[in-house]
Ligand binder design. Sequence first.
Ligand SMILES: C=C(OP(=O)(O)O)C(=O)O
Ligand SMILES: [Mg+2]
Length: 400
Amino acid sequence: MTLITEVGLRRVLDSRGNPTVEADVHTESGGFGRAKAPSGASTGEHEAIELPVSEAIANAREQAVPRLVGEVYAGDQRSVDAALHAADGTDDFSGIGANAAVAISMAAAKAAADVLGAPLFQHLGGTFRGDELPTPLGNVLGGGEHAADATDIQEFLVAPVGAPSVEDAVFANAAAHAAVADILEERGHACGKGDEGAWAPSVSDAEAFEIVEGAVDAVEEEVGFEMRFGLDVAAAELYDGDEGVYQYIDGDRSRDEQIEYVAELIEEYDLVYVEDPLDEEDFAGFAELTDRISTDTLICGDDLFVTSVDRLEEGIEQGAANSILIKPNQIGTLSDTVDAIELATESGYDAVVSHRSGETEDTTIAHLATATSAPFIKTGAVGGERTAKLNELIRIEHNV
Ligand SMILES: C=C(OP(=O)(O)O)C(=O)O
Ligand SMILES: [Mg+2]
């Protein structure tokens, strides 16, 4: 029934106005799935390779499509993804491009769900999934690689941890985004937004903490449930490997000073989540910080782990971080993605599912987070390509 009969590939727009890959998968019994690849800006050194879109499409048409059409069942995700690996022939998807691979992999899953008449999260996670929905982490202020002349820390993320429902959580994050705008206006920092829709003021990180804390407190009072916040430091972007220092606008920090700084921030602001506090090669530094802080705070590896089982194994061995960020396009297929999530979960690491800074209206990650009972999903607070996922979570919650 789910035998793949046709795979269509085309160039479409992403949220930055860049081209990305869209894949359509059709099956014998009329099933249809469509998915689009996202794209990062602060990418990890060890991510699977995103090829220029025209090259990815041409190579995938030549190498991957003949191995799928009439050969593989969309409902057999492991075979779909094995065919993509075989077509690619490299260990980093530099043959057909991780952008083509992930779009096809996700489109096949959607086509299979279509044949089954089941929501995607249920096809991916099974009958007993769908009751534990992720708490959305909302990016409300930031800079780094996502906005020029803004904060050094890439993302300030609000976390409505006490929200009674996803719907309440989504609206609390939007309220926090609005509250940040009000505080910025009061302080005379009119500004635009970064790639993910977060405010991108030209303020110091220290002032950004005051602003976000003020917004979180105001929204917490308004909604009546616990709101906390967290960070994506994206420290690999601040790290100067030659000098061995983290370069901030207000001066350099050594590795030890960076660990101390982040540990103090966690303590002072009761941070619930800190992503990439250290350089992507510093497993030992991640371990030192993880050891120092309470288990109540997630120390999450994004550029550190790049959704890779191999890198996660290294992290588990060293005790580096207690959480992994999951981005399917970092590794190229849904099977590899789910392998990383399962290894994380078995090893006591929380798997947090995430968007990229360059996104589309694709909603696959909302279903992936639901299917795997992820505690958090990082997918922005406002903006069409972000609300596509947030609104899908609300629909999943409402069973529609
Ligand atoms: C979402 C992120 O940004 P990008 O997609 O640019 O890697 C991130 O670093 O977590
Ligand atoms: Mg990150």
